[in-house]
Design a protein around this ligand. Structure first.
Ligand code: ZN
Length: 310
């Protein structure tokens, strides 16, 4: 099922219209200004918002924020310090995919390059959205992913992140899928937050549709991915107190999509989670709270552990 009438999300966001690409590039031009004069930039963004530029796509100009502290550490943490998992969690691997990359806006030509997603060709990656105050989705996704890793490693699971502020842009969506496949992950979760108009609130889980074409064949993962997604959704709702999205999914918090390369190319059970709407002030207040992000990570982790039988 596709929701053609809904605003674009995850990987489709920079691919739909020339306008959107214009914004991505326009924001890239603001990089220098942002570094030198964040206050000035904030004013510029306000102007952009109040003049209605970009209102059609609900994804205003990307705002430059200090990137997460670069880390030379590998994306896979050493497991020697982690407790040994027993029972159904023993020897299991979880791949966490922090959506987007804080550096993507500086590399629009690279991330705009099309990659093969089996059923189609799509942009390598997108910039993601921001809150009105400029907190980047890419910062959010990496923070939640790191918290999630900590919780899962405490359970003795092996955890691999697809990236961790260790590269200038990307990975491309096909590489994100490949990392999960090559790790033979028992579960893969791609962490995101949505960027749609104010008043749209809540979380939703994106499940892979059954697709076949080129390197894409999701027949074997559709069932287990739904199980994974339902468990993550219910646990996320419990730990965060958030409600399922009020703007899609008919109140189930579940949406099936056939247009996301990260799902189409996965051979492992995989879902996306859109944790909330960064463009809604009430949701943004949650998404920007470290305490809330910890609850979010805990809920996602509980769903994964339940899926793995732990
Ligand atoms: Zn996203």
């Amino acid at each position: 099922m596709r929701y053609d009438d809904s605003p674009p999300s995850p990987e489709s966001d920079a691919s739909v219209s020339p306008d959107r690409r214009w914004f991505t590039r326009r924001s890239g031009l603001a990089v220098g200004a942002a570094v030198l004069a964040p206050t000035l930039l904030a004013g510029w963004v306000l102007v952009q918002l109040t003049t209605g530029a970009g209102a059609d796509d609900a994804r205003p100009p990307r705002i430059v924020m200090p990137a997460a502290v670069p880390s030379p550490t590998p994306t896979s943490s050493p497991s020697s310090a982690a407790p040994q998992a027993k029972g159904p969690l023993a020897g299991r691997t979880v791949v966490i995919d922090p959506g987007h990359n804080t550096g993507n806006f500086k590399h629009t030509s690279e991330i705009d390059k099309k990659v093969d997603i089996g059923t189609n060709r799509k942009e390598c990656d997108t910039t993601g959205t921001t809150t009105n105050a400029g907190y980047m989705e890419a910062e959010f996704t990496l923070d939640v992913s790191r918290r999630l890793r900590t919780v899962l490693e405490a359970k003795g699971l092996k955890v691999v992140l697809t990236h961790e502020a260790d590269r200038a842009w990307g990975p491309c969506i096909d590489e994100r899928a490949r990392i999960g496949n090559e790790a033979a992950a028992d579960a893969v979760v791609s962490v995101h937050a949505d960027g749609v108009s104010s008043g749209n609130r809540g979380y939703h889980i994106i499940l892979p549709a059954k697709v076949k074409g080129g390197a894409a064949d999701t027949a074997k993962i559709v069932g287990p991915s739904r199980d994974l997604g339902e468990r993550i959704g219910s646990n996320f709702a419990r730990t965060t107190g958030s409600a399922p999205a009020n703007y899609l999914g008919s109140g189930t918090g579940l949406v099936v999509r056939d247009d996301l390369g990260g799902l189409n190319l996965s051979t492992r059970p995989k879902v996306f989670i859109e944790c909330g709407n960064m463009r809604d002030a009430k949701d943004a207040a949650l998404l920007t709270s470290p305490e809330w992000r910890q609850k979010a990570a805990q809920g996602i982790a509980d769903g994964i552990v339940g899926f793995l039988g732990g």
